[in-house]
Ligand binder design. Structure first.
Ligand code: PMV
Length: 323
C-alpha cells in the first residue's frame, strides 16, 4: 500500500496580528515543534482518521459524504482538506490518515493549519499531482476559510515555507527573511483562546468604530514595516521596542488579557528587549525577545508569574517529506 509521512512546523506571530486579516502585513516565524501526518491509500472508498491529540479515534466515513453532516471539531481541517483536494483532483480508493503533534493544540501554535498543509502535501505526492508551494497555500487557505470564514493565512504560510516571513493577507506577499540570531522565550498563559471569536470581536468593533480601528491598524502596519527592517539589520533592541508598541495597540484593540499583561511586564522587567502577546490574544501565548544573557532570567520571571515556558527552536524548515 502506498504510504507517506509529511511534517510541518508550528508558528508564532511576531507582529501584525488582527491587522493582517484586513489587508495589512505581518511578520511570522516558524517553530520547530512539528505536526506529522501519515496517509496510507486504501482499496475501499473510505476515509479513516486517527488524531488522538485532538480526541479523534476510529473516525470513519464514506468518501462521498466527506465534508457533510456533523463533523467533530478535531477532524474538520483534515477532512475538509481531503474534500477540497478530491473535488479538484478526483481519485480512486480510500485513505487512512494518522496525525501526531509535537505540541499541544492548546498553545495556539497553528496545529489546524499545519495539519491542513501536511494533508494536502501528502495527497499531492501520493496521487502524483504536481502542486507548487503556492498551489498548496491556495488550497489550504480555501480550506481554512471554508471552516472559519475569516483569517489571513499567515499560519499556513509558516507551515509551508518555514523560517521567518513578511506576509500580506491571503498570501499576496510571502517574503522569506534571514533572521538567524532571533531568540524568543514563549510563555503560555494557561488559557486556550478561541481565534474565531476574537476575530469576530474585532470585526464587531470594525463595524461600530471603523475610524478608530483603521487608525490602530495603520499604526501596526508602520511597526511591522520598521520591524521588518530591524530584522534585516539584526537590530534586536529596535525589534523589541516595536514589539512593545505593537502590544500597546493590541491592548487598545481589547484582545490582551490581565494574565498576558502580567507575563509581558515580568518579561520586560527581567530584561527582555520587548514582549507582546502572539496570535489572536484572549489567552494562548506571549513572546519575549531575548539575548543569550537575558534568556534564563526572562524564563524564570515568566514561570514565577504563573506562566508556563514552552521551549521552542526557531528557524524551522517548512513542510517536508519524512518517509
Ligand atoms: O490565534 P492564532 O495564533 O492563530 O492567531 C490569529 C491571528 C489573527 O491575525 C487574529 C488571525 C489571522 O488569521 O491572521
Amino acid at each position: 500500500m502506498a504510504k507517506i509521512t509529511i511534517s510541518a512546523p508550528g508558528k508564532l506571530m511576531l507582529l501584525g496580528e488582527h491587522a493582517v486579516v484586513y489587508n495589512h502585513p505581518c511578520l511570522v516565524t516558524a517553530v520547530d515543534q512539528r505536526m506529522q501526518v501519515t496517509i496510507t491509500i486504501l482499496k475501499d472508498s473510505i476515509f479513516e482518521l486517527e488524531a488522538p491529540d485532538v480526541d479523534i479515534k476510529g473516525y470513519k466515513k464514506s468518501l462521498s459524504s466527506l465534508g457533510k453532516g456533523d463533523i467533530p471539531k478535531g477532524a474538520k481541517f483534515v477532512e475538509l482538506a481531503v474534500a477540497n483536494f478530491r473535488h479538484k483532483y478526483p481519485f480512486q480508493g480510500g485513505i487512512h490518515i494518522e496525525t501526531h503533534s509535537e505540541f499541544s493544540s492548546q498553545f495556539g501554535f497553528g496545529s489546524s493549519s499545519a495539519s491542513t498543509v501536511c494533508t494536502l502535501k501528502a495527497l499531492s505526492d501520493l496521487f502524483k499531482i504536481n502542486l507548487s508551494s503556492k498551489d498548496i497555500f491556495d488550497l489550504s487557505y480555501k480550506t481554512i476559510l471554508d471552516i472559519q470564514g475569516k483569517g489571513s493565512g499567515f499560519d499556513i504560510a509558516a507551515a509551508i515555507y518555514g523560517g521567518t516571513l513578511y506576509f500580506l493577507t491571503g498570501g499576496k506577499k510571502i517574503v522569506p527573511l534571514e533572521a538567524r540570531g532571533l531568540d524568543l522565550v514563549v510563555g503560555y498563559s494557561g488559557i486556550k483562546a478561541d481565534t474565531v471569536s476574537l476575530i469576530n470581536m474585532v470585526k464587531e468593533k470594525m463595524n461600530t468604530h471603523k475610524e478608530a480601528i483603521d487608525k490602530i491598524f495603520d499604526g501596526i502596519t508602520d511597526l511591522v514595516e520598521q520591524a521588518h527592517q530591524a530584522i534585516l539589520e539584526k537590530d534586536w533592541e529596535r525589534l523589541g521596542t516595536f514589539m512593545n508598541y505593537n502590544q500597546d495597540y493590541l491592548e487598545d484593540l481589547g484582545v490582551s488579557t490581565e494574565k498576558l499583561n502580567i507575563l509581558i511586564k515580568a518579561a520586560r522587567d527581567a530584561g527582555a528587549y520587548g514582549a507582546k502577546l502572539s496570535g489572536a490574544g484572549g489567552g494562548d501565548c506571549m513572546i519575549a525577545l531575548v539575548s543569550p544573557e537575558t534568556k534564563e532570567k526572562v524564563s524564570q520571571a515568566i514561570e514565577n508569574n504563573g506562566g508556563k515556558v514552552i521551549k521552542v527552536s526557531l528557524n524551522a524548515p517548512g513542510v517536508r517529506i519524512e518517509i
